[in-house]
Unconditional design. Structure first.
Length: 171
């Protein structure tokens, strides 16, 4: 008879300390579209200037286990001073994360989770703009590691100016 490794379970103390990361659910939390100049805007030949803003945020749903991360993308197109369209998509996910040190948890919430959400936000933004009658805007790949590092440095600089240690928190 051959020996088998015991299946992971709640009684095995080693299983309780292993890092865990899983995607529980990805969903569209909020979406809005404004196209205030339609239908006249379709008759103009001027190429609008497109601006893209991205923001991430994380919330604890269940302490030490379940986190909601929201990737908000805002795309604004303007011709001269008039808004051609404005689209805002809040793509969210529920992530099961356990047994990580605080600095690693911050990085997972600020880098790994938004990276997983970006393809869904990209599709929602592109299809919404296309359905509104405008040429789709395709979001490029983002380096959330770079964004996270910049946010950490900015928080450290702000905390240094205030004379207190920088709190570690997700972007």
């Amino acid at each position: 008879m051959s020996e088998q490794a015991p299946a992971p379970n709640a009684q095995n103390p080693a299983d309780m300390t292993q890092p865990i990361f899983s995607i529980e659910k990805i969903y569209l939390k909020d979406m809005s579209l404004e196209a205030p100049g339609t239908p006249k805007v379709f008759l103009q030949n001027e190429q609008p200037q497109v601006e893209v803003n991205v923001h991430t945020g994380a919330n604890v749903v269940e302490a030490g286990a379940l986190y909601e991360v929201v990737l908000t993308v805002t795309v604004t197109a303007k011709a001269k001073e008039h808004t051609v369209f404005l689209v805002e998509v809040a793509q969210a996910g529920l992530f099961h994360i356990r047994n990580l040190p605080p600095q690693d948890l911050d990085a997972v919430l600020g880098i790994l989770c938004p990276t997983n959400l970006l393809p869904y936000a990209r599709e929602a933004v592109s299809s919404t703009i296309g359905r509104a009658g405008f040429p789709p805007v395709v979001l490029h790949h983002m380096d959330f590691n770079h964004v996270f590092q910049q946010a950490q440095q900015q928080r450290a600089a702000q905390a240094g100016q205030a004379g207190q240690p920088a709190p570690a928190k997700a972007n």
